[in-house]
Design a binder for this molecule. Structure first.
Ligand code: ACO
Length: 428
């Protein structure tokens, strides 16, 4: 708290509102008493200037292209940490000691299996269902299976359901994939790492041994780290809003998955790869750049632009390097990688993109990597949801633990008709 205040004049009266200090980044004007004092609301569709909560988990400086978890830069975490360690950091606010990490990994590993009855739930879906539709349904259904951890006011219940969600997401994601291709589900192998186990459940079959490729395992882990949390984005805000009513964590995460599905958010990596495939060859890039700039054409360069980053998305830098590593390890020479690189160069030098500060985001290269590993495009957003689950549960926990937490209830600027009398149908 600082002594600084923001002064406002309205209807001939002066008001003062406290300014709350951020550790780093913009301070905020606390307008919680604005309505009570002035009888006015504020209007901010899309929350472009509104902080919806106080949080100490993740910080983004969009202008500088900085992303920190618990103060640690994402590039350092992607290089030196693991997804399990980053998850611990997000859930606890500090990096773990060796023992703490070991214990955390054991706990998560102990929760990887699903209730056997849940496996039957999958057969209710069409085989060609989008795996995100399956994820929404199955994750929501977890609340019908784990009653022993849905008391949100009990910190121990919150801890167990957080661990369950982080542990079971890879199992559910792999099952959604196996179901779509008609192969049997592969049970978790708890001797493997978090990403290694996921790769085996996804690409292994019961008839053969599956050997985890360490380069792919590391790439997968890095992709999970890059997607772990991103402060108050649309899906995280959805989870917080759903959770603010006291809904159980499984239902809240299902709500987050639904929000993430959209092409402006998590669905963008699928859309970016589809776009690169549609462009196909380098010579067709100018045509698509022209379309992206044409106001009468709804086409946008997918994987470009970000609400917060007005600079290179720091995750995109790591993603590009990982794409290089994976493609060379797998010996894949995918022409769309050339299209992506050339498109990036052209856009970065085009005045339209420069002026609007449109840079590649995390999704621009992730689709290329995931496709090279063997994931079909429909699975891309599922992988995002799997990794973001830790951010969602960390943010949800932070909100529920906050004594000042209130149900999320935005206001509106009403522009409809004022009160009028009902007109019987024969008089209209
Ligand atoms: N291609 C072409 N023009 C674009 C693009 C793009 N990808 N992104 C934004 N613009 C233009 C808009 O047309 C607008 O132009 P105008 O000011 O002349 O009207 C201007 O840039 C600002 O765009 P907004 O949509 O107002 O910016 P906003 O912050 O609301 O949107 C968003 C951000 C949704 C990410 C947008 O850049 C976009 O649609 N990008 C493509 C989809 C994408 O890659 N999403 C992934 C986001 S990252 C994530 O979720 C993990």
């Amino acid at each position: 708290m600082s002594n600084e205040t923001a002064k406002m004049s309205l209807g001939g009266k002066d008001y003062e509102f406290p300014v709350l200090k951020a550790t780093t980044g913009p301070d905020v004007i606390d307008i919680r008493k604005l309505y009570a004092q002035t009888n006015n609301f504020t209007l901010d569709p899309g929350f472009t200037s509104t902080a919806s909560c106080e949080s100490n988990l993740t910080f983004i400086d969009g202008g500088e292209g900085v992303l920190l978890h618990g103060g640690y830069p994402i590039g350092q975490l992607a290089e030196h940490s693991s997804f399990m360690e980053t998850s611990y950091l997000l859930l606890n606010g500090t990096l773990p000691s060796k023992n703490e990490l070991k214990e955390f990994k054991t706990t998560i590993t102990n929760h990887t299996m699903l209730h056997e009855q849940l496996a039957k739930f999958f057969s209710g879906f069409r085989r060609d269902a989008h795996p995100m539709a399956i994820m929404c349904g199955v994750v929501g259904a977890l609340s019908a299976f784990y009653h022993d951890s849905t008391d949100i006011n009990d910190p121990e219940h919150r801890r167990i359901s957080s661990h369950r969600l982080i542990a079971k997401m890879p199992t559910i994601a792999a099952m959604a994939y196996k179901y779509s291709i008609g192969q049997p589900f592969v049970y978790p192998d708890n001797t493997l790492s978090y990403p290694g186990n996921f790769l085996r459940m996804t690409f292994g079959v019961p008839a053969e041994e599956y050997e985890v490729d360490p380069v792919i395992e590391r790439a997968m882990d890095r992709i999970f780290i890059l997607h772990a949390d991103h402060e108050q984005n649309a899906s995280t805000s959805t989870v917080r809003l759903a959770g603010s009513s006291g809904a159980n964590p499984f239902a809240c995460i299902a709500a987050g998955i639904a929000c993430l599905w959209g092409p402006a958010h998590g669905g963008a990596n699928e859309a970016a790869l589809n776009m690169l495939r549609e462009i196909g060859t380098v010579d067709r890039i100018p045509e698509y750049i022209a379309r992206a700039k044409d106001k009468n054409d709804p086409f946008r360069l997918m994987g470009f632009g970000h609400r917060v980053y007005k600079n290179y998305d720091p995750r995109a830098t790591v993603m590009q390097k990982t794409a290089d590593e994976v493609l060379s390890k797998l010996g894949v020479t995918d022409p769309i990688f050339d299209v992506a690189r050339e498109l990036e160069q052209i856009a970065l030098n085009d005045p339209y993109f420069v002026e609007k500060k449109l840079y590649p985001n995390v999704d621009f290269y992730s689709g290329i990597i995931l496709s090279a590993i063997g994931f079909p495009t429909e699975m891309f957003t599922v992988l995002f949801a799997l990794a973001r689950t830790v951010g969602w549960v960390a943010q949800w926990n932070e909100m529920i633990s906050d004594p000042g937490q209130k149900i999320g209830r935005p206001r509106q600027l009403y522009t409809g008709p004022a009160q009028r009398d009902y007109i019987p149908i024969d008089k209209r």
